[in-house]
Design a protein around this ligand. Structure first.
Ligand SMILES: *Cc1c(COP(=O)(O)O)cnc(C)c1O
Length: 425
């Protein structure tokens, strides 16, 4: 009962009982588990019930919950440094790490969330190109910044909100919407507005309409159009960075972005974001240039410590970790497909490394936003309820990705598959 009591009480003090909408399990007719603790691949709710966690804080906990090295770095740093609002050496270490290890990032600016990273990257692109319009793709989510709340994925899609109240038309009049993996749609936009387009922003592997990878020739076209019209190409790697590969989604394409945004894994579970790119563009930022973007907490020492210890550990064990996650991912994917077939449940699974969506659809291939909309939400709701009851924590939406960590084991995957076997639609 405790989950229900806490959630009921929470609704009195926080809108919907939550600090971020998708956590409320709206439209699922369920009370979300109230989570008390986590270690490795397991989280525990207020009633003491354990779950194998496939949400992982929506991606960041790549090492699993409360990894010993990350906990140590947070504890040790906080003894002497909590916040100064002054330059520190640890933020230099983080910046160096990111610039040395990421492709196409010569300089970086740290911020506090993915939303901040993408909205700042857009401002920078506008300042650099001296143009106003931006192109985003229907179904892609880049955070809750006004200019992006049009045809956004993630919670906006799940909750059936067409966009958002409180977003004046003026804020989105410079946002153009194109169709993901649809060449005609982006060509058409550039033909009409090319001279005014400051930037195209894309999730190279979308995770917020379910997992869908952009096609290589589509990305090549984006690069060509951006070059032709002097627009910047921005990869939003908030979810895919260090997730689909150490090098992120950029490893999967021949195309280079001008700016890249990060968050989630790079903060090791603490609030963190970053955007980076070519020096010549980044130096348009104040205090060198005239694009103003600031943050009292940006580059916070404890956040840098958690992020850096996470990234260093991943780098040190890179081969082992990404192979392990690929192996577990394959086991999960193949298992789900086989069980669904036996049960006569139509599914299509899209997966890149430890990022995966099970689409409940008759379609054999899911590669556009239109495809995603064919999913059976009722079936998904029943499946969600069953899985949570069975101690398997998955995202409460058909349009999100589930994640794997290096702390997951074959046994964890078997538990997922056994739970799925017992699912009666
Ligand atoms: C999560 C996410 C964001 C927003 O990040 P927040 O830290 O929640 O503000 C932006 N873009 C993508 C691709 C994301 O997955």
């Amino acid at each position: 009962m405790k989950n229900e009591v806490v959630f009921h009480e929470s609704k009195k003090y926080m809108p919907g009982g939550v600090n971020s909408p998708v956590r409320a399990f709206k439209n699922t007719a369920m009370t979300p588990p109230i989570i008390k603790s986590g270690k490795g691949s397991v989280i525990v709710d207020e009633e003491g019930k354990e779950y194998i966690d496939f949400v992982l804080a929506w991606g960041p906990m790549f090492l699993g919950h409360c990894d010993d090295d990350v906990v140590r770095s947070i504890t040790e740093t906080s003894r002497n440094a909590i916040a100064f609002g002054a330059p520190t050496e640890i933020e230099l270490k983080m910046a160096k790490f990111l610039c040395k290890n990421l492709n196409n990032v010569e300089m970086v600016r740290m911020v506090n969330s993915g939303t901040e990273a993408t909205m700042s990257a857009i401002k920078l692109a506008r300042g650099y190109t001296k143009k106003n319009k931006i192109v985003k793709f229907a179904g892609c989510y880049h955070g809750h910044f006004d200019g992006f709340l049009v045809e956004a994925g993630s919670g906006v899609l799940t909750n059936g909100i067409p966009g958002s109240l409180g977003v004046p038309e003026d804020s989105i009049k410079n946002t153009l919407i194109a169709k993901y993996n649809n060449k005609e749609s982006i060509k058409e936009l550039f033909k009409t507005y090319g001279e005014d387009i400051a930037a195209v922003i894309i999730e190279p592997v979308a995770g917020n309409m379910g997992v869908i990878k952009a096609e290589e020739d589509f990305m090549v076209l984006l690069r060509e159009l951006c070059d032709k019209y002097n627009s910047l190409l921005i990869f939003d790697e908030v979810m895919t960075g260090f997730r689909v590969a150490f090098e992120g989604a950029q490893k999967l394409f021949s195309v280079k972005p001008d700016l890249v945004t990060y968050a989630k894994i790079i903060g090791g579970g603490l609030p963190c974001g970053a955007y980076g790119g070519r020096k010549e563009i980044m130096e348009c930022l104040s205090p060198v240039g005239e694009v103003y973007q600031a943050g009292t907490m940006s580059g916070n020492p404890i956040v840098m410590a958690a992020g850096l210890s996470t990234l260093k550990k991943i780098k040190k064990n890179k081969e082992e970790y990404y192979k392990k996650i690929e192996d577990l991912g394959r086991q999960l994917e193949e298992g789900v497909i086989e069980i669904a077939k036996d049960k006569g449940i139509p599914v299509t699974v899209n997966r890149y490394g430890g990022m995966m969506t099970i689409f409940f659809t008759d379609l054999d291939v899911v590669k556009t936003y239109e495809d995603v909309k064919t999913c059976d939400e009722g079936l998904f709701r029943n499946y969600l309820k069953h899985m949570i009851k069975s101690g398997i924590n998955i995202p409460p939406s058909q349009y999100e990705a589930l994640f794997l960590s290096v702390a997951h084991t074959k046994d964890d995957i078997n538990k997922f598959l056994n739970a799925f076997k017992n699912f009666n639609k």
